[in-house]
Ligand binder design. Structure first.
Ligand code: THU
Length: 132
């Protein structure tokens, strides 16, 4: 799988982050089953708990456009190390993805590492557990 477009999309959407409280910009991109890519950023709120992470913004954009199968997720934070998806985002990814999909953790255009969803969320509770 070619990660170049996912990485550039995550980096591009990080610039759209609305972060007046944390000042921590995050960008994300998701690849759907037909090869389309959706980008997202974190969107904060004065009521802090209403904040939406970049990964969920990207996933909700894809799902709301009719793409319910996610084949890869890329994420970039605002630090010199890698930013991993938060627990809520890992759970949301698991709703729409196989456990084997790559989660691409980006440091910059050239440096990234890849984990599987199973590695970052072992033993996920999913719709299979509800027989759905
Ligand atoms: N954030 C994300 O957008 N994705 C993550 O995976 C980690 C956290 C955002 C939420 C909040 O706007 C800021 O980073 C600081 O927590």
């Amino acid at each position: 799988m070619e990660y170049k477009d996912l990485i550039s999309t995550a980096l591009k959407f990080r610039e759209q982050a609305y972060v007046p409280y944390s000042n921590f910009k995050v960008g994300a991109a998701v690849l759907t089953e037909d090869g389309s890519i959706y980008g997202g950023c974190n969107i904060e709120n004065a009521s802090y708990g209403a904040t939406n992470c970049a990964e969920r913004t990207a996933i909700f954009k894809a799902v709301s456009e009719g793409h319910k199968v996610i084949k890869a997720v890329a994420v970039v934070g605002d630090v010199s190390t890698y930013t991993f998806p938060c627990g809520i985002c890992r759970q949301v990814i698991a709703e729409f993805a196989d456990t084997s999909i790559p989660i691409i953790l980006i440091k910059n255009e050239k440096e990234y590492i890849v984990k599987t969803l199973e590695e970052v969320l072992p033993g996920a509770f999913t719709k299979q557990d509800l027989n759905k």
